[in-house]
Design a binder for this molecule. Structure first.
Ligand SMILES: C[S@@+](CC[C@H](N)C(=O)[O-])C[C@H]1O[C@@H](n2cnc3c(N)ncnc32)[C@H](O)[C@@H]1O
Length: 284
């Protein structure tokens, strides 16, 4: 476990996302996650869509499944899962702003009858036991301090034989004290920009994916494939500078731009990366 800094509650993550979501749409696009780049020239929107496809393949999606999208952003992956794979999707998020935008977008879409969005905390989601065939956790777990609670909740709501699929930023190894000191300013900046996060290794995610009746069926480190994401965000910040500054202010916009270089450095030093994991719930 690394970068285990004092946590904020789910609520302050929600407040952070309430504040940044409108700007994030300019900076990241409508998919609020990294891209999976075939090559560095792939457009960011195509790469973020490709990451959704990679998750869908790992999660073995097929028509008619009930999917829980944990940390659903503004609903783009949920709507894609409904449209492309014919699943019924419930999206939950700790951000009310995200949920409002997701509901508005869904109501005007061709998949309005397949998706629904509601406020919920992934670490205590309040949903019934055994109510989903798939649980989809796309780049939200780094914002959750209590990852054992997240995994336990995911396992609880899965039906026997169901699959949990997760992708997120990972730490490549536990940070040493020297690392903590060396990168203290970088991590502070990342917290300010992206919200208080706690990154763990893919080994730790795999360990959690082997508890509560789950069994890991796939894991992959895709750090290299997502690396061009930061250049894409920087380009968007340049293209939409005025609109983003109007939403976030100049200082926060500057910090966002700086964070793209910080992330590139941490990637190139092999401190941070990106992983994907799928775990199956034992059949009854
Ligand atoms: C980086 S965004 C990813 C959004 C979406 N999965 C996507 O790929 O477009 C992180 C999301 O996680 C949500 N989130 C963070 N902590 C959460 C929690 N404890 N419970 C539910 N959602 C949470 C945020 O509100 C936000 O919607």
């Amino acid at each position: 476990v690394t970068k285990d800094q004092p946590n904020t509650s789910g609520n302050s993550v929600g407040a952070h996302y309430d504040k940044i979501t409108a700007a994030w749409i300019y900076l990241l696009g409508e998919d609020l996650h990294y891209g999976d780049f075939e090559n560095p020239q792939t457009p960011l929107a195509a790469a973020t869509a490709r990451l959704t496809e990679r998750m869908a393949a790992a999660g073995q999606l097929r028509p008619g499944l009930d999917v829980l999208d944990v940390g659903c952003g503004i609903g783009t992956p949920a709507m894609t899962v409904a449209r492309r794979w014919g699943c019924r999707v419930t999206g939950i998020s700790i951000s009310d702003v995200g949920i409002d935008i997701a509901r508005q977008r869904a109501s005007k879409s061709d998949v309005a009858d397949l998706v629904r969005f509601q406020h919920g905390d992934a670490m205590n989601n309040g949903l019934p036991d055994h109510s989903f065939d798939r649980v989809w956790v796309m780049e939200s777990s780094h914002l959750m301090k209590d990852k054992p609670a997240l995994f336990a909740e995911c396992a609880r709501v899965l039906r026997p034989g169901g699959i949990l699929v997760l992708c997120d930023i990972i730490a490549h190894a536990d940070l040493t004290i020297a690392d903590t000191m060396r990168f203290a300013r970088d991590f502070l900046l990342l917290d300010q920009v992206f919200g208080r996060a706690r990154m763990v290794t893919l080994d730790e995610y795999s360990r959690l994916g082997g508890l509560n009746g789950l069994r890991v069926i796939q894991r992959e480190d895709i750090s290299r494939q997502v690396r061009p994401t930061f250049a894409g965000w920087r380009t968007n910040a340049g293209l939409h500078r005025q609109a983003v500054e109007a939403l976030l202010g100049r200082e926060a916009t500057d910090r966002f731009v700086e964070s793209t270089s910080v992330l590139e450095r941490l990637w190139d030093l092999n401190k941070l990366g990106y992983g994907i994991l799928a775990a199956e719930k034992r059949s009854a």
